[in-house]
Design a protein around this ligand. Structure first.
Ligand code: NAD
Length: 503
């Protein structure tokens, strides 16, 4: 791929890829064409591990957004009229291509968002899973027949595609979080305009477009406008064309996106932040709880909405749990995600690092004790375990989104529930106990969309409802639940006999 991006820097990892458009990634994907950046401003994408430039993409403008929506609108009806097996087949072919390009994708996850091989494997599997489930939706649940209270009438509920779907996604699991909307939307006969995060325009958008292009998706059904959220986000999310605005990202930005969408009569589907509690009851198996706690806190540097944000541990197990978790944290290999065996890579950017380090320092000032880690170098933050934490400390009461494990003691199950629920968020959580009925009582009392007993919160299965309550979002993704969002039901009644009207 010589000469891509007109890029002056040393060899970029994107030049090694088998998957790439002919003219490189410095383009928008509109109406099946790779539209060069031209005189648009450029977004410089950086490798967070090496802090070296990776690639450039165009910074799409509001006019680009208008054009993308107009193209999607124009393409949608013809696409919806294609036979369902054709729509399903294209999504299934895209799924197969993800497998073929798995090595390229792993490279891209490493250099674009600092993801290690383990994370690349998870993400590729999740993206494949959502495509498998999504492709199946094309052939499922075309509608229903309902009895009528009016003699001689037949009621039909016909399921139709919603229309044009706007999709905004973040940088942490970019390919998966985009695919989990794009794949079912396309299978169900919608068209899509996708705005990936500015840090991950390739894995979050342009690579997905390339894969669907190779899978044979007709022009105009999927359009990708890389761009800065603070520049085009308001215009994108308040646009009059889309019927659905599927947003994954922070609660703060999501609230504005939802308000703008509703202002344009667009249905919002919001997957937002979390402050997930990992609760270890007094009768828990500590070793199991520590294993789960380490995985849930440090995977992808804690940068998942469903990562453990707080560990709540019964006071009788507290010291043993903290020592076990600190031991696990100290053993995790940190480094460049492309080096074999690395388990902890960099966080995405300086502002995230500064936010995480700020929460750490303020919590330490307020009495928290560092049991492991605590240092940072560049964008690498050591997996850090904090003891003597109270629920109101900055590392605990905020979504820290880093490799940080604040551990809070509690005395009773009721107190654990109260602390866990003491947040506006309500995404995921976990409860450890040797008594499943007791854990189930706690799970029932947690104000979250998801709870995992004797596991940790970091779970997503593409055929199971995913989502949160409160500041963690509105609606559910995956399978039949995202199908409800991405389709609309039309009531068609047929009056088969003359009807008697009152006058
Ligand atoms: P963010 O909200 O800053 O950005 C997410 C997306 O929104 C990006 O594409 C960004 O460009 C765009 N954006 C920014 N300003 C916008 C605006 N005014 N209008 C429209 N779009 C705009 O989030 P982030 O920091 O990149 O991602 C991390 C957050 O995402 C965390 O809070 C995390 O919990 C959440 N998240 C949630 C889920 C979930 O499924 N619930 C999954 C992953 C991440």
């Amino acid at each position: 791929m010589p000469g891509t991006n007109d890029f002056p820097a040393e060899e970029s990892a994107v030049d090694e890829l088998d998957i790439a458009p002919e003219n490189g990634w410095n383009a928008l994907y509109l109406d099946g064409e790779w539209v060069p950046a031209g005189d648009r401003d450029l977004i410089e994408v950086e490798n967070p591990a090496t802090r070296t430039p990776l690639t450039r993409v165009p910074s799409s403008t509001e006019d680009d957004v208008d054009e993308a929506y107009a193209i999607a609108d124009e393409a949608q009806a013809a696409w919806a009229n294609r036979p369902p097996q054709e729509r399903a087949g294209i999504v299934a072919d895209a799924c197969a291509l993800l497998g073929e390009y798995a090595a390229d994708l792993a490279t891209l996850f490493a250099v674009e968002c600092g993801g290690v091989q383990l994370k690349a494997d998870f993400e590729t599997q999740l993206a494949q899973g959502t495509m498998e489930v999504g492709s199946g939706l094309a052939m499922r649940d075309g509608g229903r027949r309902k009895e009528s209270v009016t003699p001689g009438k037949e009621n039909l509920l016909v399921r139709e595609p919603a229309g044009v779907v706007g999709v905004i996604t973040p940088w942490n699991f970019p390919l998966y979080l985009s695919s989990r909307v794009v794949a079912p939307a396309i299978a169900l006969g919608n068209s899509v305009v996708l705005k990936p995060d500015e840090h991950t325009p390739l894995t979050g958008g342009l690579v997905l477009a390339k894969i669907f292009e190779e899978a044979g998706l007709p022009a105009g059904v999927l359009n990708v406008v890389p761009g800065y959220g603070h520049e085009i986000g308001d215009h994108f999310s308040g646009h009059s064309v889309p019927s659905v605005m599927a947003f994954t990202g922070s609660s703060e930005v999501g609230r504005g996106v939802g308000q703008r969408a509703v202002g344009s009569y667009t249905e919002p589907a919001l997957e937002l932040g979390g402050n997930n509690a990992h609760i270890v009851l007094e009768d828990a198996d500590v070793a199991r709880a520590v294993d789960a706690g380490a995985f849930g806190s440090f995977t992808h540097q804690g940068q998942e909405c469903i990562s453990i944000n707080r560990h709540l541990v019964h006071e009788s197990l507290y010291d043993e749990y903290v020592a076990g978790l600190a031991d696990r944290a100290e053993q995790l290999p940190i480094g460049d995600p492309r080096e074999e065996g690395t388990l902890v890579g960099p966080v995405i950017n300086e502002s995230q690092r500064d936010k995480i380090v700020g929460f750490l320092e303020e919590s330490i000032e307020r009495g928290a004790t560092v049991e492991a880690g605590g240092n940072h170098d560049g964008l690498f933050i050591e997996p850090t375990v904090l003891s003597d934490v109270t629920a109101d400390m900055p590392a605990a009461c905020n979504e820290h989104f880093g490799p940080v494990a604040p551990v809070i003691p509690f005395e009773t199950d009721e107190e654990a529930i109260r602390i866990a629920n003491g947040t506006d968020y309500g995404l995921s959580g976990s409860v450890h106990s040797s008594d499943v009925a007791r854990a189930r009582d706690v799970a029932d009392a947690l104000e979250t969309g998801m709870v995992h007993i004797n596991d940790q919160p970091l779970n997503d299965e593409p055929h199971v409802a995913f989502g949160g309550v409160g500041a963690s979002g509105m609606g559910r993704y995956n399978d039949e639940w995202i199908m409800d969002t991405l389709t609309t039901l039309k009531w068609i009644s047929i009056q088969r006999e003359p009807r008697e009207y009152p006058y």
